[in-house]
Design a protein around this ligand. Structure first.
Ligand SMILES: *Cc1c(COP(=O)(O)O)cnc(C)c1O
Length: 378
């Protein structure tokens, strides 16, 4: 079966006796001992988790998947396998909450973390030199949409004996398959594209390694990182339409990126599948579509950039991304507000930087909304 078919026809277990086309929500904390499926207590397993896990594993042609209550819970699960003295090498532009988790929590337990710019190939040698326990990569990164050569990093990780984790949230497994590129763990915030409807939080770790599967199932129950059955059910519903949604997200985003490129208010447009994007060749090598996120550098002050965001009617100024509705964000005052200005600007997060999560509305309406918001600034 192909991706679209598996998204719809896998993960439908535990409903055979009733003929229900969609398995119900198993809103139960516990299960009678001796039941045929071997369930005992929802923290250590629930039919809704197992169904979603079956679907997510199938979509990446992987041996297993484990679901969690959020993307951050999935990151916690992976980080919890580390011990004092272990080193993590991370891309310097990783998600802010991943950074915070390592710094504010796992550092206290003796886990060390170092950051490098992994678009710089010379830095791959650090993996062989330092032999970290984990290498933590996002591609595309947030919010700068840097593309990291996953297959090349994976080769260095294999030589160093390091586990490679790819946070695949921005691309989704429809456009990028980290395990095929050599990663050990494919991690997602299922809150974003996989659910796609901005009505539940979730996270997942997909792997071909039996050892990592055991570690993740252990973390799910032992750390209390399990999702709610209802949220797992919503995400199972959302993922059925992932393929068609991602196609529309990408089509709309490419058209909007091309529109933005020709606006006088725009300094430059970051979109991995835009021909003018410096890393478009690498993006097209490892992704099958550009996904739905665009980051623009506007010729605006901080106040004008925020006003532009407020002028938009169809793009809601809000955290998060990947839903059917368009959202926008101003990293300097929202996701990256806690980073001092000079440090932000050093990594490219300027006051005029603006991120769009392009939804699946009609693209002409979205372009009209952007046009009106620009006009209201001058
Ligand atoms: C949102 C996000 C997360 C965290 O996921 P939550 O579901 O919000 O906990 C992790 N990584 C990336 C890249 C994200 O965008």
């Amino acid at each position: 079966m192909d991706f679209e078919t598996k998204a719809i026809h896998t993960g439908l277990n535990y409903a055979e006796n009733t003929g229900a086309v969609i398995p119900p929500i198993y809103a139960t904390s516990t299960f009678a001992t001796g039941n045929l499926e071997g369930f005992d207590y929802t923290r250590s397993g629930n039919p809704n988790f197992r169904n979603l896990e079956a679907t997510l594993a199938a979509l990446e042609k992987a041996k297993s998947a484990t679901v969690f209550s959020s993307g951050v819970a999935a990151i916690t699960a992976v980080a919890s396998t580390l011990k004092s003295g272990d080193l993590v090498l991370a891309e310097e532009n990783i998600y802010g909450c991943t950074y915070r988790l390592f710094h504010a929590v796992f550092k206290k337990f003796g886990v060390d973390i170092a950051y490098y710019d992994f678009t710089e190939r010379l830095n791959f040698a650090r993996i062989l030199e330092k032999k970290p326990a984990l290498v933590w990569i996002e591609s595309p990164t947030n919010p700068l949409l840097k593309i990291i050569d996953i297959a090349a990093v994976a080769e260095y990780c294999k030589k160093a004996g390091s586990t490679l984790v790819i946070d695949n949230t921005f691309a989704s497994q429809y456009f990028q398959k980290p395990l095929d590129l050599g990663a050990d763990l494919s991690l997602s915030s299922t809150t974003k594209y996989i659910n796609g409807h901005s009505d539940a939080l979730g996270g997942s770790v997909v792997t071909d390694s039996e050892e990592w599967d055991h570690k993740m199932k252990f973390a799910q129950k032992a750390l209390g990182l399990q999702p709610a059955p209802f949220d797992a059910w919503l995400i199972s519903r959302g993922v059925k339409t992932l393929a068609v949604r991602m196609q529309r997200h990408a089509d709309n985003a490419l058209k909007i990126a091309e529109f933005l490129e020709n606006r006088p208010e725009v300094k430059f447009v970051r979109y991995p599948f835009l021909d003018s994007y410096p890393q478009s060749a690498l993006a097209k090598k490892q992704m099958t579509g550009g996904s739905g996120i665009i980051t623009v550098d506007l010729n605006f002050s901080k106040e004008q950039t925020l006003q532009f965001g407020r002028n938009l009617k169809l793009f809601t100024l809000a955290e998060s991304l990947g839903g059917v509705e368009s959202l926008c964000s101003h990293p300097a005052t929202m996701t990256h507000a806690s980073i001092p200005q000079h440090e932000r600007e050093k990594v490219g997060i300027t006051d005029g930087l603006f991120r769009l999560s392009v939804g699946i509305e009609h693209v002409d309406d979205l372009i009209a909304d952007l046009t009106n918001a620009f006009s209201a600034i001058r």
